[in-house]
Write a protein that binds this ligand. Structure first.
Ligand SMILES: N[C@@H](CCC(=O)N[C@@H](CS)C(=O)NCC(=O)O)C(=O)O
Length: 202
């Protein structure tokens, strides 16, 4: 059985969600956050100290999307889009959009808000991150026109990638305007039984 290192609301939620969609059981080890401060022995698993980490025998993976892709491939899942499928380029695009484009301003907000300082400079950084996120969400709203899922007409890892930051926006009450299609899409994803089960794991 694989072991997943997890913290509530961390990117390990993507992996838990993918595992639930796959119907695969993992040993889940929940660590205090951030582990580099609160559980330094975790650095022996993941030297960067980031969550998630997946251990499968001698193999250790520490990027949430790489872990999801590894698990989906291992279990021959349609959460992946085949390399020769016409939908492969948009699959890659939206898979990475979730982490690189959406998570960048969200992570900045989380990081800056957690610093023990307040003041005008912090407010400027937070407002800039919020503006950036607002603009970045526009391409998602456009993509969702006439679509329930981002690619291939079914749930793929691209939806799991993008669904996670949309979930964080809801959980942390991040004040960004969401388009009607984005709201509906987020609700559709967050009410999937597999997502509900994954999000309940603390
Ligand atoms: N690109 C990585 C990012 C991992 C990451 O930054 N995880 C956050 C939690 S969601 C973390 O562990 N932050 C704590 C830290 O940087 O010390 C992934 O997708 O897994």
């Amino acid at each position: 059985m694989v072991t997943l290192y997890h913290a509530p609301n961390a990117r390990s939620l993507r992996v838990l969600w993918a595992l639930e969609e796959l119907g695969v059981t993992a040993e889940v080890k929940t660590v205090p956050f951030p582990p580099r401060v609160k559980q330094p022995d975790y650095l022996a698993v993941s030297p960067a100290g980031t969550i998630p980490a997946l251990v499968d025998g001698d193999r250790v993976l520490t990027e949430s999307l790489a872990i999801c892709e590894y698990l989906a491939a291992k279990h021959g899942s349609p959460l992946l889009v085949a390399t020769d499928a016409p939908e492969r380029p948009p699959f890659l695009e939206w898979l990475w959009y979730g982490e690189s484009t959406l998570m960048t301003p969200i992570s900045r907000m989380g990081r800056v808000s957690s610093l023990p300082v307040r003041g005008e400079a912090i407010d400027v950084v937070l407002a800039d991150a919020r503006d950036s996120l607002t603009v970045r969400l526009k391409s998602l709203e456009q993509r969702l026109e006439g679509r329930d899922f981002l690619v291939a007409g079914r749930l793929t890892l691209a939806d799991i990638s993008v669904g996670y930051p949309l979930h964080l926006i809801a959980v942390f009450g991040i004040d960004v305007p969401l388009g009607t299609r984005t709201r509906g899409y987020r609700e559709h994803l967050r009410t999937r039984p597999a997502f509900v089960r994954a999000a309940a794991i603390k």
